[in-house]
Design a protein around this ligand. Sequence first.
Ligand SMILES: [Ca+2]
Length: 217
Amino acid sequence: MKYLGVLVFSLAACGDDSAAPPPEGATIYSVTFDAAWSMGSHPTGFPANPHFSPLIGMSHPSGTSFFEPGAASSPGVTNMAETGGVSPLDSELDAILNAGGALDTFVGTGVATSPGSASGVVGVDSANPNVSLTTMIAPSPDWFVGLHDVSLVDASGNFVPTLTVDVAAWDAGTDSGVDFASANDPTSPAATISTLDVMAVTGSTDAMGSVTFTLMQ
Ligand SMILES: [Ca+2]
């Protein structure tokens, strides 16, 4: 009965991977998003209640991701970018994982008020050493920041002790609003994911934040 209990627990955990701990044997990194976006740093259009939605992402093989600049946003990426919701993107990531395209998926905290920070944990391995993650710039029409296919190994193939990377900013292509507080204005037909002109919408070329990975074990 003891072993049966363990088996049942393991099977049950498979359906909810984004809430599950990283798989046994994975190399674990803490993920910290430091949001820099403030009235002082990015004054143009700075809205009331500036925040970022919960971090969501996964570890995966190099050259892949769950979103692709220049391609259409999935329903999950669309909802993340427009509302900050992690669903159905969490299910999309779990489907990628269950198909063998990811090692670990994760949902972290958000930034309640920017500037501020958010955190998560991700497991990687030699076959899945890259990470992609996103968080909605909120409020905004369909804008998000994150990392696309960032490697955590050095030139020798060793996992780096720590890595800090400025986030990129994208427009999901699904809402045509032009500033942070714009009313909903669905883009029809939807456009593809494009680089957000951070200078145009914030008045600064500075990144809106950075992500630091720290090797934990
Ligand atoms: Ca847009």
